[in-house]
Ligand binder design. Structure first.
Ligand code: ADP
Length: 297
């Protein structure tokens, strides 16, 4: 059973709703800066490798992901960023060829443990994809879908309003909640997908290239939203856009593509993981420097 992470503020907001999960007594300060300084762990990756039918895609990644931080995964195409982020919420379980080795601890619990329900994992650890993927339903029903499927109690109108407000979309759509989500702009659709994540009260939001299909204005809105959301959630983002990583993330992990000994097979490896400012201004590894300065792509 995956333990519930409690947040006093959220718990207060949800007072009156039955929460079946057991609790974890993780202390939460009302002031984000304080717990940011404390660096409370959300994920601990220990030697995580992922292969597809035995072909290694990403090798032996060890890193900590911190609560209320934005963590960016950057690196050249094919270095395993998407593969790695999918292992954070067991999305790789849905790819039959994928096999995850090593250990991922989520608030100290083995995410791949026998007693862990992957559906519960994906509720706690939501995901937003490259291409907005609303359901062919109304805006309202897109948001209400998750809470309904999960049998969450409470006033659905409130849930929908709260999620859309949290995704900075409420004012734009409150008068057309019954309209089909396909009628929204791409940027609005992506914020709808973020709202859909928020509606099931996650702890972590994973974003796999969330802005790559969006124009610069919509991208700016999503980036502003991410900075807002990190007060309540922990965010991991895959981005090929280094400026984006530099603008929004607190920490950055840089991966590269390596060739194996017989120079036939390519796989990703973590080169350096540090404060974003350090990665972009004074990285420890020459390969990081070459990448962030554009010397190699
Ligand atoms: P990135 O996100 O950094 O571009 P990916 O994680 O998409 O990298 O890919 C890393 C490696 O894993 C690549 O060699 C890719 O071909 C392989 N890969 C990714 N997804 C799959 C899949 N579903 N099945 C088989 N191989 C895959």
């Amino acid at each position: 059973m995956l333990e519930k992470v409690t947040d006093p503020e959220k718990t207060e907001r949800q007072a009156g709703q039955d929460k079946p999960e057991i609790h974890v007594d993780i202390e939460r300060s009302a002031e984000p800066e304080k717990y940011r300084a404390k660096r409370e762990g959300v994920f601990k990756l220990e030697q995580v490798s992922v292969d597809y039918n035995g072909a290694l895609a990403v090798s032996e990644v060890s890193m900590d992901v911190w609560r209320n931080h934005i963590t960016a995964l950057i690196g050249p195409s094919g270095c395993g960023k998407s593969t790695l982020i999918r292992s954070f919420n067991r999305m790789n379980d849905l790819i039959p060829a994928a096999n995850v080795e090593g250990r991922i601890l989520y608030h100290g619990q083995d995410l791949y443990g026998d007693d862990i329900d992957p559906v519960e994992v994906r509720k706690r650890i939501g995901m937003v994809f490259q291409k907005p993927n609303p359901f062919p339903k109304s805006i309202y029903d897109n948001i209400a879908f998750g809470p309904r499927v999960l049998g969450m109690e409470g006033d659905m109108d409130e849930t929908v309003e709260k999620a859309l407000t949290g995704a900075a979309l409420w004012d734009e759509v409150k008068d057309r909640l019954d309209s089909n989500a396909f009628g929204m702009s791409g940027g609005q659709q992506q914020r709808l997908c973020i709202a859909r994540c928020l509606a099931v009260e996650p702890d972590v939001i994973l974003m796999d290239e969330p802005c790559s299909a969006l124009d610069p204005i919509s991208t700016g809105k999503i980036e502003d939203l991410m900075l807002e959301l990190k007060n309540d959630y922990s965010i991991v983002i895959v981005t090929h856009n280094m400026q984006q990583a530099a603008r929004v993330s607190d920490l950055t992990a840089f991966l590269i593509v390596e060739l194996d000994a017989d120079e036939k097979h390519r796989f990703g490896r973590l080169v350096e993981y540090d404060e974003t400012e350090k990665i972009f201004t004074n990285p420890s590894d020459k390969r990081t420097e070459d990448y962030v300065t554009g010397k190699v792509g």
